[in-house]
Design a protein around this ligand. Structure first.
Ligand SMILES: [Zn+2]
Ligand SMILES: [Zn+2]
Length: 239
């Protein structure tokens, strides 16, 4: 089961319960389609159905951007590549995980604040064990690059090559797993942050982005006033 919400003109969030309320984002800039992440299911069906629902065809999907190489976000990638022929992009440091040549680093096993009440195994169960069907990455991207309508933002910390994306014309920020809204409004899942120092720098960077809308990897998107909410969150976390 999945749900699609139109967040702005040509911007949809696609969510499913599996994979820890995982979300992907479909962008239609009026010319071509760009997708950020691919949901948990391995058939890509939810994304393909949404493409059809908006009157487009699979061949209109030209770019698939991957925030990072964790199972929940990669499920549909291989199927979507096959169905659409889109170019697949990730950061260099995630590309061999996405391609199936390396296993993602394991998160820490001890519960950390602010997730003390959630045990890591519950999260691992929620986001799914094992690997997604592998799919080679066609092109490496990093902060400052632009793909389709989206600007790439370096957002390391949750993983080494974790990326965020910004659509300036829609005032929309996609923060991946640097910020979560499930199970609650959080500056990422503490247990899953590989590098705390990088994560803090990333949160500062994201709080500077002029965004009304915020999409995150896990949980529902923020549809209004995102920048203030992110600033408050980051101020509280970093203080
Ligand atoms: Zn992740
Ligand atoms: Zn995730």
């Amino acid at each position: 089961m999945s749900d699609a919400v139109e967040l702005a003109v040509g911007l949809w969030s696609l969510g499913q319960r599996k994979g820890g309320r995982v979300h992907a984002f479909l962008c239609d800039d009026g010319n071509e389609l760009t997708l950020v992440d691919t949901l948990f299911d391995t058939d890509g069906k939810h994304v393909l159905e949404q493409i059809e629902r908006i009157g487009r065809t699979p061949g209109d999907l030209k770019h698939i951007l991957i925030t990072h190489g964790h199972r929940s976000h990669l499920g549909g990638l291989a199927a979507l590549k096959e169905a659409t022929g889109a170019t697949v992009y990730s950061h260099q440091w995630e590309a061999d995980i996405v391609g199936g040549d390396r296993i993602a680093e394991r998160p820490g096993l001890l519960p950390k604040s602010p997730l003390r009440t959630y045990f890591p195994f519950q999260f691992v169960a929620a986001i799914g064990k094992g690997k997604a069907p592998p799919c080679p990455v066609d092109q490496h991207v990093a902060g400052g690059d632009r793909v389709g309508p989206l600007e790439v933002i370096d957002a390391a910390g949750h993983s080494v090559g974790h990326l965020g994306f910004y659509w300036p014309e829609r005032s929309a920020l996609i923060a991946g797993d640097a910020i979560a809204t499930w199970p609650s409004w959080l500056p990422g899942w503490g247990n899953f942050t590989l590098n705390e120092q990088q994560h803090r720098a990333t949160l500062r960077r994201l709080a500077d982005v002029d965004a009304a809308i915020l999409g995150v990897g896990h949980g529902a998107p923020v549809q209004h006033g995102a920048r203030e909410r992110v600033r408050d969150l980051v101020d509280a976390y970093l203080s």
